[in-house]
Design a protein. Sequence first.
Length: 150
Amino acid sequence: MSSGRKCKNCGSLDIEVDPARGDAVCTKCGSVLEDNIIVAEVQFEENAHGASNAIGQFVSADSKGGPTNFGASFHVGMGIESREVTLRKARNGIANLCNQLRLNQHCIDTACNFFKMALARNLTRGRRNTHMYAACVYITCRTEGTPRIL
Ligand SMILES: [Zn+2]
């Protein structure tokens, strides 16, 4: 896979990029390259999905302040198997937020659907769950025309 990247360690152009994990590895010497690949991928995904603008702002706010939280969010082995767990946790988190905002069950369902969409597009990668929930509820309020400020 030609990505135009060059290994800083051995100079090889044979770099394997893993968008799901947000990193790139030199296939020759095995060193991991950190070329802000996460940011590049996230921007690409957001362009493909207009509704995610708000989510992107949360992330850039995060990544500016010192050590990023990406490491904590990128759980090893967090793949398809944990999808159900992720969705269940998301539903709880979203329901919590909606209760605080006195939103009804319909809003919880809508917000959960947004989260599912984001999950299917890997938009949740590298993001804090709480930010994802807030963003989903925010989108719901916007689409439902409910006046709420988060
Ligand atoms: Zn190398």
